[in-house]
Design a protein around this ligand. Structure first.
Ligand code: NAD
Length: 245
């Protein structure tokens, strides 16, 4: 579904990001993975060794426009284009309002919002020049109703939805589609580490009866990146088993 396309996946070293990377590689794309550190990028690259020649790793500061622009240009130079940007890197928090420090608040806003803006800008400049592309952002089920603690996280994901819908309208004339995927509780390392009975309790509250697997989210990323979603832009696609927070 993605033959001859090149994707950049931020936070592609583990969890949902790594599942997106694998899905894109299986479907024929070249993929550039960003991570926060050399070691995590190397670890992911080793895991994906069978795709040598179609993958590259990098770890720019996602909030630094110059570093990001340079990295994305290097992807274009290696593979010839940047067709898909998956803005997946993100962090969450459950800190109560009373305990929130301004440092923690800024950290969440930086990676969950500023980085999405910076990466979208760098990718869109390349995509406009080459005649089009696709940007997909990672929102969350909490971007609709909020959550009862850690208010910075839902705040940031509301912003991701706002950016998605605004850029969809702004960039349509340049043939750049912009969508988001809003996962529900998904079995990444953090959820996998929870006690079994807690996961069972969470699952019982989800109409489809289970937490999501990273591949469930990656499938939505595949659809939105592919040409069969050619007329889809400005959408926040929930992939959460109809869960409510
Ligand atoms: P994870 O912690 O397993 O992976 C996060 C990724 O982001 C890692 O690759 C990490 O290297 C990268 N990252 C974090 N901080 C970074 C920084 N400062 N600079 C560069 N990269 C950085 O998390 P995950 O569960 O796979 O989450 C991925 C995305 O999905 C996030 O945006 C998260 O908000 C969203 N999400 C996750 C769930 C869930 O239940 N797992 C639910 C809804 C939304």
């Amino acid at each position: 579904m993605l033959k001859n396309k090149t994707a950049i996946v931020t936070g592609g070293t583990r969890g949902i990001g790594l599942a997106i990377v694998k899905k894109y590689l299986e479907n024929g794309a070249n993929v550039a993975i960003t991570g926060s550190r050399q070691e995590t990028v190397d670890k992911a690259m080793n895991e994906l060794a069978e795709y040598e020649g179609r993958i590259m790793g990098m770890f720019p500061d996602l909030c630094n426009p110059d570093e990001v622009a340079k990295s994305f240009e290097s992807v274009k130079n290696k593979f010839g284009s940047v067709d898909i940007l998956a803005n997946n890197a993100g962090i969450s928090s459950r800190t109560s309002l009373y305990d929130y420090t301004i440092e923690e608040f800024s950290k969440i806003m930086d990676i969950n919002i500023k980085a999405v803006f910076v990466c979208s800008q760098a990718a869109a400049r390349i995509m406009k020049e080459q005649g089009g592309g696709v940007i997909i952002n990672t929102s969350s089920m909490v971007s609709k109703y909020g959550q009862p603690s850690g208010c910075g996280y839902p705040m940031s994901k509301f912003a991701v939805d706002g950016l998605t819908q605004s850029l969809a309208r702004e960039l349509a004339k340049d043939k750049i589609r912009v969508n988001a995927v809003a996962p529900g509780v998904t079995k990444t390392d953090m959820v996998a580490a929870l006690p079994k009975d807690m996961v069972e309790r969470i699952s019982a509250g989800i109409p489809l009866g289970r937490v999501g697997e990273p591949v469930d989210i990656a499938n939505a990323y595949l659809y939105l990146a592919s040409d069969i979603a050619d007329y889809v832009t400005g959408v926040v696609l929930r992939v959460d088993g109809a869960a409510m927070t």
